[in-house]
Design a protein around this ligand. Structure first.
Ligand code: RRO
Length: 328
């Protein structure tokens, strides 16, 4: 089964990769991703200085997903800039996730990453877990200002990791910003920020930082993720590739993300829970799913931008025009 994809001219053997944050902080973790069946290596979001992150407990698996308030633990730009050229030996795309606590951090990181030479850069505008810091992606003007400044520095194609939006007006507004900038891709969604999980036995919140408020991930956020993938696909179609993230546990979940318009899919919570072997399982499951449905490749099954439910009607290897549109 052809599971390949292409984003901003970069080819992925398989359109599956880790979500930034999931098992990708240390050299050992990044190398394990390199040696696995993941289609790419995505780094943890990085800041100028190394960070320990927030106090523990800061990640807890819950029924149907996870809650985290990691607080950007990472090795810092210089360490990743040194590691990235070595990671190229795994012969798969390296995606560097760029973050910051203030605008200058992003610009400093952009310079460091130009020199390090990852294949793509994912600018994280949606970390929900730094006390006192907003999720930049919810401020459209600040997002545009910051992206213009980053764009003036970066020489490598860059995309944006967005928080979930819950209103079509917000999808349209941020889409307008990203179109004006001309980003190479978007990744949706980051965790659903500032949620609260309570342990009724202990009568306590389950994570320590920020009074227990943290980012929700895993199966329970899949409908939010699909809605965001679909909303941007309806606006852009193929013009800006969308990397779908959120709630992927099995091959059918990947299929659903791609049906909604994702050009690739990232794996977060279930990677943390299962380890890098998850990519082997997911590849097998999504191949089976596509085969059963008669699709010749992963990318063949994306919904048509005009219709709400495009269906593959021909088993040949060419995309057939004239989808069966199924609307409820
Ligand atoms: O490190 C984190 O707490 C974190 C980040 Br940077 C992010 O983008 N999303 C998330 O759920 N956690």
């Amino acid at each position: 089964m052809d599971l390949s994809t292409s984003i901003a001219g970069v080819t992925f053997r398989v359109g599956l990769m880790n979500a930034s944050g999931a098992l990708c902080v240390t050299q050992a973790e990044l190398e394990a991703l390199g040696g696995s069946d993941a289609g790419a290596i995505v780094t943890k979001s990085m800041t100028p200085l190394a960070r320990e992150g927030n106090p523990h407990p800061r990640y807890v698996a819950i029924d149907g997903g996870s809650i985290n308030s990691m607080g950007l633990p990472n090795l810092g730009f210089p360490a990743y800039a040194k590691l990235i050229p070595d990671l190229k030996r795994f012969e798969k795309p390296v995606v560097a996730s760029l973050a910051g606590l203030q605008p200058d951090d992003f610009l400093e990181g952009a310079k460091a990453l130009n020199a390090a030479g990852p294949d793509l850069i994912e600018v994280n505008l949606s970390c929900p877990n730094i006390p006192g810091k907003p999720q930049i992606g919810y401020d459209f003007e600040e997002t545009e200002r910051l992206l213009r400044a980053i764009q003036n520095i970066l020489t490598i194609p860059f995309g944006i990791k967005l928080p979930p939006y819950f209103d079509p007006i917000h999808h349209q507004k941020i889409a307008d910003v990203l179109q004006r900038i001309g980003v190479a891709f978007v990744t949706v969604i980051n965790s659903v920020g500032n949620t609260l999980v309570v342990d009724p036995e202990q009568e306590r919140v389950v994570i320590k930082p920020k009074g227990g408020f943290g980012g929700l991930g895993g199966r329970i956020i899949k409908p939010v993720a699909l809605a965001n993938v679909r909303a941007f696909w309806k606006i852009w179609g193929d013009r800006i590739p969308i990397i779908g993230t959120g709630g992927v546990e099995n091959g059918t979940d990947i299929f659903e993300h791609v049906l909604c318009g994702a050009a690739a899919v990232q794996i977060g919570t279930v990677l943390v829970e299962e380890g890098v072997g998850v990519f082997t399982r997911l590849e097998r499951e999504v191949s089976k799913c596509l085969q059963r449905k008669g699709y010749p490749s992963l990318m063949a099954c994306r919904w048509h931008v005009e219709g709400n439910f495009g269906r593959w009607t021909d088993r040949s290897s060419k995309i057939q025009k004239g989808f069966t549109v199924r609307l409820w």
